[in-house]
Design a protein around this ligand. Structure first.
Ligand code: GTR
Length: 400
């Protein structure tokens, strides 16, 4: 039966500026009692997120102009890590944009499980290797918004490439700005340039666009014999963690989903108003969500969902939510509570969900079919995070 839990204690805010919402957390299982009823309820929830928050993909228009991912250049292959791995860089095109893929395969891969994750600053920042081209697309926080060769490998600490290979996984990464540059330009650039009209109030913002891009990359990976498209984990950090969650919600081909420090609009409950709020995110980043989402600025109680229901859209697939204790902007406790309150959906479907009932201690992961940890330190992706993602993914995708 639909349970009505009162989350008032759970959603109490941490910082003093916040106000406690008197609203209850909406129940993901409202109106349903059996697993057979979940797919319809799931689709209802997904549509609410699409229409009120991330925006719908204009599929008809994209179909009309025959938008599909196509191979442009099979790219070069190079042996790295003393022969343990192959680095491979095919280029695909999508709606007139070149997407430069950077793929690391354990040598002699065939049907290998993989992580698919966008990078923030260009493939050349993932590993210091002269053969990785410096992106020519718009980048954030750089003079003239141009990347430079000096940045090679400067994001390497966020990518445990060798460790991923050693665990028997491939890594597929690409620069998110290849799909849609991350600034508010009225949707004139990126893949949006192929469409004549600007998005309507319920149509895709940039996060939905990036999420759709990940699905198109998965379309391509279905054609790659080295990779098992049925064991692709989608992972992302911060805004790209929000993106990974929305990609996993829309595309059930993703076998596992990882949200690293995704915060507001990702794993954190909006009703807590702790750290970044809906109003703050819509003001600072007006292009990330659909226009309808602004109706909930300082009005979270009216949201027909909260972010635990986004996590629940992954069920029964494994999902990992990770926080960092100093990353209060992303509201670690709100991220934990989403994982916790998604658990009833997993349990209805016969899966454990999150084992922890209370916020785990720092650096003490809790891993069932939902995983959660709050690690020491601040906003970022560390070796600790990857160690846990590999443990979780090995269990669920390699039966280890
Ligand atoms: C912040 C934003 C967060 C988070 C972060 C990031 O400025 O407020 O929602 O997405 O950026 O992506 O690094």
């Amino acid at each position: 039966a639909a349970q009505t839990f009162n989350p008032r204690d759970d959603i109490k805010p941490k910082d003093e500026e916040s106000t406690v919402s008197n609203d209850r957390l909406p129940d993901p299982l409202s109106g349903i009692e059996s697993p057979a009823e979940w797919p319809a309820r799931r689709e209802q929830i997904r549509q609410l997120f699409a229409t009120e928050m991330f925006g719908n993909v204009p599929t008809d228009k994209l179909n009309a102009i025959k938008v599909k991912v196509k191979v442009k250049d099979q790219g070069t292959r190079k042996s790295i890590f003393g022969g343990k791995a192959t680095m491979w860089q095919p280029v695909v095109t999508l709606a007139g944009r070149d997407l430069q893929l950077l793929i690391f395969l354990p040598s002699e891969s065939k049907d290998t499980p993989a992580f698919l994750a966008y990078n923030f600053h260009g493939n050349h920042t993932v590993l210091d290797d002269v053969d990785i081209p410096v992106t020519e697309h718009w980048v954030r926080n750089k003079p003239g918004n141009r990347a430079s060769a000096q940045d090679r490998g400067n994001g390497a600490s966020r990518w445990a490439v060798e460790k991923i290979i050693d665990h028997g996984f491939a890594l597929v990464t690409l620069y998110y700005g290849d799909v849609d540059p991350d600034f508010d330009d009225g949707f004139a650039n990126g893949v949006h340039a192929a469409l004549a009209d600007k998005p309507a109030g319920d149509q895709w913002g940039s996060i939905a666009t990036w999420a759709w891009g990940l699905s198109r990359v998965l379309d391509y990976l279905e054609t790659v014999p080295e990779i098992d498209e049925q064991r692709v984990a989608v992972m992302g950090h911060s805004r790209l963690g929000k993106t990974a969650l929305w990609a996993g919600a829309n595309d059930e081909r993703f076998a596992l989903v990882i949200s690293n420090n995704s915060g507001c609009g990702g794993a954190a409950l909006s009703r807590r108003r702790s750290g970044e709020t809906v109003a703050r995110i819509n003001t600072a980043f007006p292009h990330w969500f659909c226009k309808n989402f602004a109706h909930y600025n300082d009005n979270e109680a009216q949201l027909p969902f909260d972010q635990h229901m986004l996590i629940a859209l992954m069920a029964p697939r494994p999902v990992y939510v990770a926080s960092a204790v100093e990353d209060t902007w992303a509201d670690p406790e709100g991220e934990f509570l989403s994982a916790k309150h998604a658990t009833p959906v997993y349990q209805l479907l016969g899966s454990e969900g999150l084992p922890a009932k209370e916020m785990p201690a720092v650096d003490q992961p809790s891993q069932g079919s939902i995983g959660y940890h709050v690690r020491s330190g601040g906003h970022g992706v560390t070796d600790f995070d990857w160690t846990e993602y590999l443990k979780f993914s090995s269990k669920h995708l390699l039966n280890k």
